[in-house]
Design a protein around this ligand. Structure first.
Ligand code: SF4
Ligand code: SF4
Length: 425
């Protein structure tokens, strides 16, 4: 593991980052700001604070890990790896909460994850009716938000208005990273990813034996688990050495791109760097081809960039290019778009009060624009925002950008000539 604390060294304590931090905006407490947390982490690194220090844990636990503090920092502080290292030290010293341990064990073990996801998909059928504001009903709202989006479309699309299809570019091989939540609850997004890539001329190849990316484990301080999962994924993708690795979950993409840091000083370091160079968000891959323009969808859409796409990977234009390939979409920019939704992996389970407070600000902003769909390229954000919209009684739904592109392409007839062996998760 590389020295994550080294990224904090450029901090000059200027405070420019404070107003970008959702938790500081909630509490107004310096210790809940990036600058305050950097002070705490540097103290931990020096040994001034023990990893069992209650105040240290309180304020680092409250951090969303959204990394909104990084792009606004004039000194170039790299905050994310430092937080992971601090949480690793805290996890070693005091352990992780039981709820986190249970969830992360299920995510990492396919034998547990399969039945858990099957049960979740069954409950999902009634989750929309049970969704609401309190903690239990909010969880049902999160589950309901994992259902395929198609609500506003059947009545309103205009398949006859499809523009002529340009010839796809020569086939380049790509393999879709399937994820754990993504595979279990968002199989329709994985299928849409495969179809839209194929419609843009990519040759989609399958890679077996993929595992969870390990992001949730790394963010919780479970370094050994994150390392084990990373090794398995690097080994799995040796089966398709020429294929780009396409990711449709921003949190997974950021983690896969950070594998070289996990293997610093390890014999696998160079291969991890090669692996990371192959990783692209699905929006980057599609934007590289244009992407092809589909059929019109007359919808009002609000784009809400996931923190791990916008801040951690610094990807902004490609998802907008994907939406621009859908004629008649009216994109509205809401004032809280660049801020975290409060989902932040399992943060929504572990810090529910702060998570909801951060989400409420976003939902209030979204309510002003009343979009048909809020699009965001990360499963946790779809679940969090989708549940927030339901809890607020708003008719808007959350969806992944490729779901909309997929509907547009289907209406345009682009799939008539595509044969994919399988579009199942
Ligand atoms: S992290 Fe950057 S913006 Fe924030 S206090 Fe340090 S130098 Fe200033
Ligand atoms: S990662 Fe997000 S919540 Fe944590 S200090 Fe930075 S801006 Fe604040």
């Amino acid at each position: 593991m590389s020295d994550g604390f080294a990224g904090l060294a450029p901090c000059v304590h200027c405070g420019f980052c404070l107003q970008s931090c959702p938790t500081f905006l909630e509490t107004g407490d310096e210790a809940d700001s990036p600058r305050g947390r950097i002070y705490l982490m540097q103290g931990l690194a020096r040994g001034d604070f023990a990893p069992t220090d209650a105040a240290l844990s309180l304020h680092l636990d409250r951090c969303l890990g959204c990394r909104a503090c990084e792009p606004v920092c004039p000194s170039g502080v790299i905050y994310g790896p430092a937080l992971e290292q601090a949480r690793h030290q805290i996890a070693v010293a005091r352990g992780v909460p039981l709820l986190a341990r249970v969830v992360l064990t299920i995510m990492a073990e396919p034998a547990l994850r399969g039945p858990a996801m099957t049960a979740a998909r069954l409950v999902r059928r009634v989750a929309g009716w049970l969704a609401g504001k309190n903690r239990i009903r909010f969880a049902f709202g999160m589950l309901a938000a994992t259902a395929p989006w198609n609500g506003n479309l059947r009545k309103r699309s205009h398949p006859d208005a499809a523009p002529p299809a340009p010839a796809p570019h020569p086939a380049a091989p790509v393999a879709v990273f399937l994820g754990c939540i993504q595979r279990g609850l968002f199989g329709h997004v994985n299928a849409a990813t495969r179809r839209t890539l194929a419609a843009n001329g990519y040759r989609v190849v399958d890679v077996a034996h993929q595992q969870c990316c390990g992001a949730l484990h790394a963010h919780t301080g479970l370094h050994r688990d994150a390392l084990r999962l990373a090794r398995a994924n690097i080994a799995a993708f040796r089966a398709a050495p020429d294929a780009g690795i396409v990711v449709n979950a921003a949190g997974c993409g950021a983690q896969l791109k950070s594998y070289p840091g996990l293997f610093s000083g390890d014999p696998l370091e160079d291969e991890a760097a090669d692996f990371a160079r192959r990783v692209l968000d699905v929006s980057e891959t599609l934007a590289a081809t244009g992407p092809r323009v589909g059929a019109p969808l007359p919808l009002t859409v609000s784009y809400d960039p996931p923190c791990h796409l916008l801040h951690a990977q610094r990807i902004d234009a490609p998802p907008r290019a994907v939406l621009a390939a859908i004629p008649d979409l009216r994109i509205v920019n809401h004032r809280d778009a660049d801020s975290c939704c409060g989902g932040a992996g399992i943060y929504t389970l572990l810090e529910p009060a702060m998570s909801r407070a951060v989400l409420d600000r976003k939902v209030t902003a979204l309510a002003e624009d009343a979009p048909d769909v809020v699009v965001t390229g990360n499963p946790g954000c779809i679940m969090q925002i989708g549940a927030g919209l339901r809890a607020a009684g708003l008719p808007s739904r959350a969806a992944h950008p490729v779901e909309l592109l997929d509907h547009s392409y289907r209406a345009a007839g682009f799939y008539d000539r595509i044969t994919l062996d399988s579009v199942s998760p």
